[in-house]
Design a protein around this ligand. Structure first.
Ligand code: ZN
Length: 298
């Protein structure tokens, strides 16, 4: 008996062919998340395009610094859990040494997929050999945090906020589990267990954000840091970045993340067993409504 399954028919409607934009100017590459009508919800179309864009910036010897920013009202609402372009069931030409998730049954399906598109890709981007700057405005929620956290710098506008509300799905935090490294443990617990919005100014107090600037000065602030970085030797920047990443790994970041990945997938599996849905019956609409209610906004 085969332990494989037939891939599901995907039924996907993409609203754009360009979920990520790329612009090179002098020594700086600007990569823009470009699903503004869905607050830059990350489908696989976007994560693979993002991987292409980072690769392009790494391959171009003229580029010394990479800025990751977003079009529209928000940086990113997180992983795509409910747009017409949700493409969880689609097979992709993978970037990491992972097998195709679409032929895998039960919990193995998501376990395989998220190894590639979430944990694997985020780690790959975190280790890019050039400095990266996340330029964050508006909402940076759940999967959005992962994109900001893999960058070396986070420059936020004063209207930005950070939030990981997935505890509402019974899930203990997003796949790239850096919570306990980005925030002190007690604050990380508050962030994770209450799942409330953390304004950029508060995030700055804990060192999760480098600078908070007015919204109309955000582009200029990120560019100023990028230009300063671009003035330093290429190899020095790479070595400096690796030195700090290595400190984090020696403090257990990588193994904490590996451990969390299995807890995370236990939660997905439990959801599936108890509700028949890996997200515990939540979707983009119900999560957004609950988040807004919690924040006291409409
Ligand atoms: Zn997951």
């Amino acid at each position: 008996m085969s332990d494989l399954v037939a891939p599901k028919q995907a039924g996907i409607t993409y609203e754009t062919d360009e979920p990520v934009l790329y612009q090179a100017e002098g020594q700086i590459a600007r990569i823009t998340l470009n699903r503004p009508s869905f607050h830059n919800a990350q489908n696989s179309q976007m994560t693979y395009a993002l991987d292409d864009a980072f690769k392009r910036a790494v391959d171009d010897d003229k580029i010394k610094v990479i800025i990751l920013k977003a079009a529209g009202k928000h940086f990113s609402a997180g992983h795509d859990i409910g747009t017409p372009g949700r493409d969880v069931d689609k097979s992709w030409d993978r970037r990491l040494m992972q097998s195709d998730h679409t032929t895998k049954p039960a919990a193995e399906f998501l376990y395989t997929r998220e190894h590639e598109v979430y944990l694997g890709m985020c780690r790959r981007w975190r280790d890019i050999p050039k400095p990266t700057i996340a330029q964050v405005h508006g909402a940076c929620v759940a999967g959005g945090l992962m994109l900001a956290w893999v960058c070396d710098f986070i420059i936020a506008s004063d209207d930005a906020f950070f939030q990981d509300p997935v505890i509402r799905m019974g899930i203990p935090g997003v796949e790239y589990f850096a919570h306990g490294f980005e925030l002190p443990p007690r604050i990380a617990k508050e962030f994770l267990l209450l799942g409330e919005r953390m304004p950029a100014e508060r995030a700055e107090q804990f060192g999760m954000v480098n600078r908070v600037v007015p919204r109309d000065g955000l582009d200029a602030a990120a560019t100023e840091i990028a230009e300063k970085l671009a003035g330093f030797p290429r190899l020095g920047l790479w070595l400096g970045k690796q030195a700090i990443n290595q400190v984090e790994d020696l403090r257990g970041k990588r193994s904490a993340m590996d451990s969390h990945y299995h807890i995370h997938h236990f939660a997905h599996a439990q959801n599936d067993l108890t509700t028949g849905d890996r997200l515990g019956g939540q979707d983009a609409k119900s999560m957004a409504a609950a988040n807004k209610k919690q924040a006291g906004s409409d």
